[in-house]
Ligand binder design. Structure first.
Ligand code: 0A1
Ligand code: ZN
Length: 878
């Protein structure tokens, strides 16, 4: 059990800070185990304070106090109170500004939680979002306190030749004893969560960017020496993002220097610290032989994301952490737009929706469901969720759809102009959208406060050229929200004539081929006129709202939409629906003990996709992809892991059998022995060819074994090499052990490639997987203190291998709980993420429910449980 039940923080309790800190002067004497921090704070009472107290309370955790003074006078022990979480100075001046000087000691090496100042490989770095600054020194660690920072870093010159912090370098020099110093000043006031420092033996790659107004910005990416040859793509992505934000949002960079540092040990993807982003190496480093096409895409997306935060997050920040989606939802939307514009908007949209529906919908349907603006938390780090990020982006996207691109841009312009330099709320964002467009979004605001995925049920009636759609909306109950109010849902739609062409229609007096209608009632009718025949409806085009759509369609209608819908998202969606429906039929057959038969409608649809030489190659690869096992499970009343796997594999095998010649032909047509440049056509070729390879693998034939092995041995780019290795490993290919071995030997010095090697084995569907995972835990390259490694093995197994993680005997569950308990003391954030593997326990059969809840209870009863793990585990059980 925990020592005491941790406290819940509520949005309704928000009050403005009693004090403000205008300036901060920090001095660090850096050392691996004993870093000395001196903080000088210029404090004044906040005119908006609602309290009469004369005390000043600063947050601080895991700090050793050396001394503290007020206006130069050292404070005595009786002048303040220290607790595990705070320092309270009993009386401070209320009528004038005053100065607090604090000196404290921290131990970066002991910091395995990777919040505050910590050691990653041999460099020192910080992570302050959300509340890591309080592990550096005592402070008003809350985002509505914005200060100007100056930072002086002092360290051994050999061990830490590079010393970085936010803003501009204002001085440097040598000191005795082989030490040196560098001073930095950030001219922009910022909340302390955006503070950063980095010290280490780093090399850098430099470039420059000229802004639209002609200012020259120095760009620098810092990495360890052996990685300097892997920064090109990140640098290019940064320049692309800078240009894109100017062109799309009219937003220009504001400092003279933009630095990115890549570190091996990082809890998340990256961090937007002002002028000094700290990145997980995974989202910086890429060379064609070490990184896949999707790594390249993710790097571009994350580089863009962090860059875009400079406006949506830094210049305009959050008032409190309940407003997290204000910066995250908006910035994810911006990075999605950017990535879509850089490659293919259609492909990007499908990928994003696929992820949302597979993972965020599950979160929204489970015990951890929360609105994009949560109302309560125990540990804010647990709220960096798919809901806040991805659903948050969908909510911003709906505003974009409702207001149109130009109206949305006007809203953004007003938001940035009105709130530059402020810490604001989601309400302020919506208000700016309203004011700039002269519209009213009262009902739309419910998207911010209501959790759960709405369900739309659609019925159609056609009579004399007039189509009536009756749409009902409902939303299942979520924790603390039994009843839901109707939401404002934009539904983009169009109709197809019998020959597949777009059917024109009249809506509210206007002729069109496509319309966006607003659903606002619990049940509402929409009438479309002037249709010459009964059309096939194409609804929720582009996935215009994050909802589940229910509409009765037969397989022929789905196949028709798959062939003809002009909306690329809905064309793909029709294919997914068709396959899902067939898979669910097969699952019913498996459960009833019937023999399985292949479906000719699907075979012919896939034959057409394989023959369609006109379409974009990446898009065709997506059309050939089968819905994920997790996504399929999400649609079942009781998830039947084995039947899902068996049915999906049956479809894969029957398609491969019926169309083996076509798969081989398309494979041969697009396979090239290439070094792997990242351009759209090469990426498309590889995607389509590797999709074919995966089907052919299902045949378990010597020919397909040879195909995979040959591709593996001759590959000169990681996309092809890993796709081939995956084909080898997920089959009975006799060269499996040898291929895995040779891959490891080839790449053992490249940590990110070794992660792939772990993940590939952890997600394998062959029977030996659990034993493999257990033995990999003992592998010399496995390390519980490296989040990327933990995610690559423990995370991949528990979150991306439903078949084996949910093994009937409960071995997978016991394994995960043991890892969570180990991680709890090392890194609570990562431990809490891993508990997520149990969150969906209610969706399984009673035996599995019992096994999972037993493990969850074992976790909750662990001694010295972190707040992070306690919150996820106890809420999962509730
Ligand atoms: N703001 C970052 C994500 C991030 C959040 C928390 C972190 O540590 C607890 C680290 C990074 C982003 O959205 O990119
Ligand atoms: Zn972000």
């Amino acid at each position: 059990m925990r020592d005491a039940t941790p406290q819940t923080v509520y949005l309704k309790d928000y009050t403005p800070p009693d004090y403000l800190i205008d300036q901060v002067e920090l001095v660090f004497e850096l050392d691996e185990q004993r870093t000395l921090v001196r903080a000088g704070l210029d404090v004044r009472r906040n005119p908006d304070s609602r309290s009469a107290s004369e005390a000043l309370t600063l947050f601080g955790e895991e700090l050793l106090l050396v001394g503290i003074s007020l206006d130069g006078q050292a404070l005595a022990a009786g002048d303040y109170t220290l607790s595990d979480e705070a320092l309270t100075i009993h009386r401070v001046p209320g009528d004038r500004p005053f100065r607090i000087d604090i000196e404290n000691i921290i131990d970066p090496q002991a910091n395995t939680a990777l919040e505050g100042l910590y050691l990653s490989s041999s460099m020192l770095c910080t992570q302050c979002e959300a509340q890591g600054f309080r592990k550096i020194t005592w402070f008003l660690d809350r985002p509505d306190v914005m200060s100007r920072f100056t930072t002086k870093l002092i360290a051994d010159k050999t061990q830490y030749p590079v010393l970085l912090s936010n803003g501009n370098k204002i001085g440097a020099g040598n000191l005795d004893g082989g030490r040196h110093w560098v001073a930095w000043q950030d001219p922009f006031a910022k909340p302390c969560y955006l503070f950063a420092l980095v010290a280490g033996q780093l090399e850098y790659v430099a470039d420059e960017f000229t802004t639209v107004s002609g200012r020259r910005i120095a760009l620098e990416i810092f990495v360890e020496a052996h990685n300097v040859d892997k920064c090109g793509h990140a640098m290019q992505s940064l320049k692309n993002a800078m240009r894109w934000d100017e062109e799309t949002y009219g937003l220009e960079y504001d400092l003279d220097l933009y630095m990115i540092v890549a570190v091996d040990h990082f809890n998340m993807g990256a961090m937007e610290n002002k002028g000094l982003n700290v990145f997980n190496t995974k989202f910086v480093l890429a060379r064609p032989d070490t990184a896949t096409d999707s790594d390249y895409e993710h790097i571009e997306g994350v580089i863009g994301h962090e860059y875009f935060h400079n406006w949506s997050g830094n210049r305009v920040t959050c008032r409190d952490w309940f407003q997290l989606s204000l910066k995250e939802g908006f910035t994810v939307f911006r990075d999605q737009q950017f990535s879509g514009d850089r490659s293919s908007p259609a492909v990007k949209r499908i990928e994003d929706v696929n992820m949302l529906r597979t993972r965020q919908f599950a979160e929204d349907a489970g015990p951890l469901a929360h609105p994009i603006r949560p109302e309560a938390y125990i540990e804010i780090n647990n709220f960096y969720t798919l809901t806040v990020y991805e659903k948050g982006a969908e909510v911003v996207r709906m505003l974009h759809t409702l207001l149109g691109a130009a109206g949305f841009r006007q809203g953004c312009d007003l938001y940035f102009k009105r709130h530059d330099g402020q810490a604001v709320t989601c309400e302020d964002f919506v208000k700016a959208m309203e004011d700039a467009n002269g519209v009213e979004l009262t009902q739309f605001r419910r998207w911010y406060s209501q959790a759960g995925t709405p369900v739309l049920e659609v019925e159609q009636a056609f009579d004399a050229g007039r189509l009536t759609l009756t749409v009902k909306q409902s939303c299942p109950p979520t924790p603390n929200q039994p009843e839901k109010l109707p939401l404002h849902v934009p539904i983009k739609l169009g109709f197809l004539a019998a020959d597949g062409s777009p059917a024109r229609f009249q809506y509210r007096g206007e002729f069109c081929e496509e319309a966006t209608v607003s659903l606002t009632e619990a049940e509402q009718r929409f009438v479309f006129e002037s249709l010459t025949e009964k059309p096939i409806v194409s609804l929720l085009r582009g996935f215009s709202a994050p909802v589940t759509l229910k509409i009765d369609r037969d397989p022929e209608e789905l196949a028709f939409l798959l062939s003809y819908d002009s909306d690329t998202f809905n064309r793909w969606e029709a294919g997914q629906q068709l396959v899902s429906r067939i898979i669910f039929g097969l699952i019913a057959d498996i459960q009833a003990g019937r023999t399985l038969t292949a479906n000719p409608v699907l075979t012919e649809a896939f034959r057409a996709i394989l023959a369609d030489a006109g379409a974009d190659l990446s898009y065709r690869a997506l059309l050939l992809s089968l819905p994920d096992e997790g996504y399929l499970g999400g649609q079942m009343a009781v998830v039947d892991v084995e039947a899902i796997h068996q049915a999906r594999e049956f479809v894969r095998l029957s398609l491969a059998t019926a169309l083996s010649a076509e798969f081989q032909r398309v494979y041969a047509e697009h396979h090239q022995d290439e070094s792997g440049c990242f351009d759209a056509s090469a990426v498309g070729r590889r995607r389509l060819k590797n999709a074919c390879l995966s089907y052919l693998t299902a045949l378990e034939k010597p020919d397909s074994y040879a195909l995979a092995e040959t591709q593996f041995r001759s590959a000169r780019n990681m996309t092809d090499q890993i796709a081939a290795l995956s084909a080898v490993v997920n089959s009975r290919n006799p060269t499996k052990a040898d291929c895995l071995d040779s891959f490891y030997r080839q790449w053992q010095r490249e940590a990110l490639v070794v992660d792939k090697w772990f993940t590939l084995q952890a997600t394998c569907h062959m029977p030996e997987t659990f034993a493999t995972v257990q033995s990999l835990m003992q592998h010399p390259a496995f390390d519980m203190k490296t989040p990327n490694r933990v995610r690559s093995l423990v995370g991949a197994f528990s979150q991306s291998n439903p078949l084996h993680f949910h093994a009937r005997n409960g071995d997978g569950y016991r394994f995960l709980a043991d890892r969570v308990i180990e991680l709890n003391t090392l890194n609570p954030q990562i431990a809490a993420r891993m508990v997520g593997g149990f969150a969906q326990w209610r969706r399984y059969d009673t035996d599995r429910q019992a096994l999972m809840t037993r493990e969850l209870r074992r976790i909750v009863e662990t001694e010295h449980l972190s707040k992070d793990v306690y919150e996820i585990a106890s809420k999962s059980l509730a």
